[in-house]
Design a protein around this ligand. Sequence first.
Ligand SMILES: CCCCCCC[C@@H](O)CC(=O)SCCNC(=O)CCNC(=O)[C@H](O)C(C)(C)COP(=O)(O)OP(=O)(O)OC[C@H]1O[C@@H](n2cnc3c(N)ncnc32)[C@H](O)[C@@H]1OP(=O)(O)O
Length: 309
Amino acid sequence: MAASSDFDPQLLIAHKFPEKIYSYTERDAAIYGLGVGACAKDALDDKELKYVYHPDGQQFIQVLPTFAALFSNDFASEIEHLPGLEYDPRLLLHGHQFIEIYKPLPSNASMVNRASISGLQDKGKAAILEIEILSYEKESGELICMNRMAVYLRGAGGFSKSSQPYSYSKHGTNTASNIGIPKGQPYAIFEECTQPSQALLYRLSGDYNPLHSDPKIAEVAGFSRPILHGLCTLGFAVRAVCNRICGGDQTMVKSISGRFLLHVYPGETLITEMWLDGLRVVYQVKVKERNRTVLSGFVDLNRLVSSSL
Ligand SMILES: CCCCCCC[C@@H](O)CC(=O)SCCNC(=O)CCNC(=O)[C@H](O)C(C)(C)COP(=O)(O)OP(=O)(O)OC[C@H]1O[C@@H](n2cnc3c(N)ncnc32)[C@H](O)[C@@H]1OP(=O)(O)O
């Protein structure tokens, strides 16, 4: 299913999304932590227990930086009704995620989210749609974080009216471009098994896309069984960085970039390899059973701790 013949990309880019409020509590933060594997290997791990439990009370629970990606959850249904762009939502894949954190995430809050379209590309066999979401804490009005996400809409390309494929980027650069992986040995490696039920647990954080739970939908989408949410894999990777590079201090994370290269099946083993380059951690995630790279990107830190040197 491609864009309708009268599809006007300019109209789509100018589309105004309604503001969305995302409210969460410590319980949501803890369910998210479990969804991205916190404490799955060791329920006593003091670098991770704080994401799901705190001896001084719920309000001291710490929030993983990738939790910020959930603030855009409510826009998933919005992108099914964009002017003129017709696509089969079952064929949508998450292509890329970029997150900037301006303030550590509170253990509970209401966020006011403002979204805009920040990119649209015609790749022939697919369209790539990029949405940018700015999240403000409702109470203080402070800007807390920014998400930029690219979705890969299989079958929705071919809408360009000139011989030059249509390409628009608000920022003039392709933030989703592939990151170069250093040649040398990784500085750190973190290996973890996902659970066969990982996607069923992760979806409770608000992404109910049936691609991750319904075998029939997964088959229509071209997979032998439901696949893991891209943001779940990203959560595993960034938690690995927090654990191995940041000495467990998740507030060191300033920004996160991840490009989803291949699907992951729940139950597979993820190996996150990390290279340190100044304040940048370049990483890639491989699925051990298939020896394939499924995610690559970087995490920029705001400082280093002595244990990371
Ligand atoms: C608002 C809220 C919305 C929330 C939506 C999120 C909902 C979630 O529930 C959905 C998910 O989590 S899906 C699971 C996670 N994602 C995946 O598993 C996808 C993994 N990646 C792939 O399969 C392929 O890379 C694939 C299929 C993506 C691309 O592979 P190919 O078709 O082989 O593409 P290729 O020929 O290599 O490239 C074509 C052009 O597209 C660009 N591109 C490719 N992969 C990209 C990616 N991952 N991100 C961004 N751009 C990408 C290429 O650069 C290429 O462009 P060009 O020709 O100009 O170089």
